[in-house]
Design a protein around this ligand. Sequence first.
Ligand SMILES: C[S@@+](CC[C@H](N)C(=O)[O-])C[C@H]1O[C@@H](n2cnc3c(N)ncnc32)[C@H](O)[C@@H]1O
Length: 311
Amino acid sequence: MATDDLGRHIADDVVGDGGLDGLRRLSEVVAALEERRTAVVAELRRGRSATWEEIGRACGMTRQGATRRWSGRLRARSFGAAADAYQQGRPGYPQALIGSAVPREARRVLDLGAGTGKLTRLLVEAGLDVVAVEPDAAMREQLAAAVPRAAVRAGSAEHIPLADGSVDAVVVAQAWHWFDPAVAVPEIARVLAPGGTLALVWNVRDESEPWAAELGALMHRSARQEIDTRPLLPAPFGAPERLEIRWEHVTTREGIVAMVASRSYVIALPEDERARLLADVDRLLATHPDLAGREEIALPYVTRCTRVRRD
Ligand SMILES: C[S@@+](CC[C@H](N)C(=O)[O-])C[C@H]1O[C@@H](n2cnc3c(N)ncnc32)[C@H](O)[C@@H]1O
């Protein structure tokens, strides 16, 4: 059977008697197919075995269309390649954050884009009933090992594997900027019980110390990632409450090098450029007069949280 006939045949099968149920089933299958297509594109790009031009042609798109469609998504899904560095180098969050990110009466909490479980662990330790959703298999593996008391599920912000109204609060740490808000906002609203809350959290490096400013300049010499860490959310979410906590992540030189290696824009660099950057970071930390001879290094952070309530 020709491929387009096969497609039509499958679509007819899925739609069945049509109506809203048929439309829902069809949308789920389209989302699953799109997910699979992204995985195939990711595989081709990882091995550099196809150019964007060739990928575009295979998908009936121009090179620019294919790049626009997938390069951001592939960056969003690149963390698994550095899951160990992520777990070793990325800071956690201050415990005081939990009281602001999750209302006192909440019990069932979804950690969305949970990564290796840096925030999940604090939620579990606060006695909450936590489900952690994460699309990347390598990150999920670290998460399940690090936080065995959390229920770990494969899924994404655009396709959350939970029932309607099944959680009291959703937290998204360091991941909102990777989501497609047009799809993620209604999807998050769907799984939240009425009156439930959504908290968006980012750790921002405080670069007021000269060595921390030099580190930032080094990290951004080949790429810079602009993130809005005080976002506004559309309906059905209400006015934002915002909070900032200043704290220090006490780590080591190796820990900071791993933190840099786990940034998506560093993962995406050509191998020689990436190695050069990591060596330069290591040299800065080893030779900067403010850090000389230190076993432990306190990296200052501001944790920013925006919390909104579902009407
Ligand atoms: C910077 S990490 C943050 C991980 C964790 N929340 C933390 O605070 O350490 C971003 C995570 O978002 C995940 N991610 C990317 N796109 C996503 C999407 N559309 N839906 C859910 N998670 C996504 C990535 O796989 C990655 O684990």
